[in-house]
Design a protein around this ligand. Sequence first.
Ligand SMILES: Cc1ncc(COP(=O)(O)O)c(C=O)c1O
Length: 407
Amino acid sequence: MTQAELLALADQVLLKNNKPQPIVLTRASGCEVWDVAGTRYLDMTAGIAVCGLGHAHPVFTERVAAQLGRLVHISNLYYNEQQILAAKAIVDHSFADRVFFCNSGAEANEGALKLARRFQDIVNGAPERTTFVSTVGSFHGRTFATVAITGQAKYREHFGPLVGPVEHIAYGDIGAATRALENKTACAIIVEPIQAEGGIVIPPPGYLAALRQLCDDTQTILIFDEVQTGMGRTGKWFGHQHDNVFPDVMTLAKGLGGGVPIGAVAMTERAAAGLTQQPGGAVPHATTFGGNSLACAAANAVFDIIEKEQLLARITESGEYLAGKLAGLVSEFPGHATEVRGRGLLRGLAVSGAPAQVVARGREKGVLLSVAGDKVVRFAPPYIVSKAQLDEAVSILRSVLAEGVGK
Ligand SMILES: Cc1ncc(COP(=O)(O)O)c(C=O)c1O
């Protein structure tokens, strides 16, 4: 079918819940993707911070394909080798002692929230501690509990009554966090180390450490949502490692499977009590596909390849390079390109007008970008992106700004 025919069919058969760019992509390699009409695009989205290794990485492809022929799925009635090894990889690279696997970021956060409620009940003997504290501007997913905790009203509209109680406090404001936690009605506070969908917002220095102290003082579960910042995206394995502060629970998805859907809840031994089955008790949490052999083989390949190709150092270096280039646009287009944000290869250029227009025009000119928040054009390219590719992407973005788009 032609691209026009496929777009017409999509219009008929797909739910119109969002409005994708009007291209139908069919194949990809590294940082390049092609649509059905044969047009090539430079990919600065990596499937929204997912395909860190780039598209069709040969080793990744080979390992996932081999697993496909060996064992795809056997359920959680049994252990499977890939799941155990993937849990070990997360444990070895983080603060965590134990891991629960699921299928997406929202689902990982659901698990973390359930853990927190049950932890307060079972471990602290405080079933009345039910409030989820979250931050304004955050994004935690689209399920009922995760839209409720997401700190942007637009995601919650028309879905009431919402899961709660939830208290939204200002991001980066430790005074607000102290007020929310000191009366001990909260079971958990959930924060992103960098608010990604909210516009790539980095909290003030010391914020995560102060939250850690506050949670210790009040026996509140500290959840870091690393769905977007995890798996190397910011230049360390996990975003909070820049601050040398550790949560009780961390949620992962996106980059973990290199494009194969997977989510994870990683936790300390102590926090794990929140989801541990009690003798004679019911299974507190589970999912059919969680820990699937194929998804876990993908995660194991991602860990191995990031390590073998020393991608963390490359992410840091390429991220600095990109930030420098974007800063050049801020100088060249004052009042139009207003600010560079981010860390590693999660970067944003704030614009004075509509970033969606910049993204659409960029796509017409051959670069795929995405929007974060109300004002930011996001770069989240594959970790393997070359300087030449970053140059090409920024030069297209420059030409878009030169046309006055997004002013
Ligand atoms: C920080 C964060 N948490 C959770 C989610 C939800 O993940 P998923 O779309 O896999 O459910 C996202 C998705 O963008 C995210 O950025």
